[in-house]
Design a protein. Sequence first.
Length: 419
Amino acid sequence: MKVLVSAYACEPGRGSEPGVGWNWALQIGRFHEAWVLTRPCYCKAISEALHKQPLENIHWVYFDLPRWARLKKKDRGIHIHYYLWQIGAYFVVRGLNRRVGFDLIHHVTNACYWMPSFLALLPVPFLWGPVGGGESTPRAFWGSLSFYGKVYETLRNLAQSLGRLDPFVRLTARRAKIGLATTEETGARLRALGCRNTAILPTIGLPKSERDQLGRFPLRQGNPFRAVSIGNLLHLKGFEFGLRAFANIQPQFPASEYWIIGEGPEEKRLRAVAQELGITGSVTFWGLLPRAQTLQKLVECDVLLHPSLHDSGGWVCLEAMAAGRPVVCLDLGGPALQVTEETGIKVPAISPEQVVPDLAAALYKLASDPELHARLSLGAQKRVEEHFNWDKKGRLMAKLYESMSTPVEMADGFADLKC
């Protein structure tokens, strides 16, 4: 098949959206001839990767807005830039389609259910996703948020509401032959927008090289028990709950440590919470570290504590699982699909008053039961290999493409897509 891949973000060797775009491009190119539309800012990294490993089935098409129309500065204005980029992409692909004659258009990044893809308007079968963004901080937790957090959540909810009113968003959903959602929450949003065929498919995975690298790290033997949280220090990451849960078990394990890796606007507040709880001597804020150092710190710990309030993906959870580190998380969003009873402990997110002791109980269980920890470690690595393996995702996507080319009702065949 001739496939146009829309990848606003696409960069080798990266996590998050750029890594997702790159890995989907690689997998689609394994089975079909792909034209990948992305931005010129990724050209250098892509060229360097292609110099090491040429990809004959993939053609690269670079497009960006004129300099005067680029309103984005770092993360500010990214949604406006993305929206305008999608409009320009429509005209680029329309012209390209006249020459190539695409069999399918697949929009992979940035994939947010409340932002449209104008490529759905073209007379070519359209596959949307996996898309995320349907997750929100539960209302019961709003009282625990900082002022910044409350403003962020209010603006985010407003953007979601306006997005759902955008006729082009609804048109994108209705014209999608299939809508793939990263979580159950987003799947429900897609159906509400009018998407007829939906399935749950986590968008993230790990390539074999990373699985092998992380799988070589041995399990920690000995003291102290050490938990780690990794991510931007934002309210939505829930690191305050991690601090409070750690403070609950620290008296039972006086030598235990809690490491926090990342930077962000909540750092001052988190340090104040640690001081208030009297655990500053056991908590280390490492700041933002290069990826290699972050992974090294990860394997020097026993457990990943990831109390995120809304997260479509949860890349760090996969990395921890691949390294044989059990994950303690909230039963929300993407991490809730990744973590099972065989790989870690999920805690219901009912209220802050309930979450803190439940997270503490999970940490206590892992710190006091080496056999359980070892069993979950092996289960975590097995689950990543079986369900979050990019090669398997590629084969699954190829199978899905085949189903789109047949006139049968597709929704009945979606059971195997669910993680």
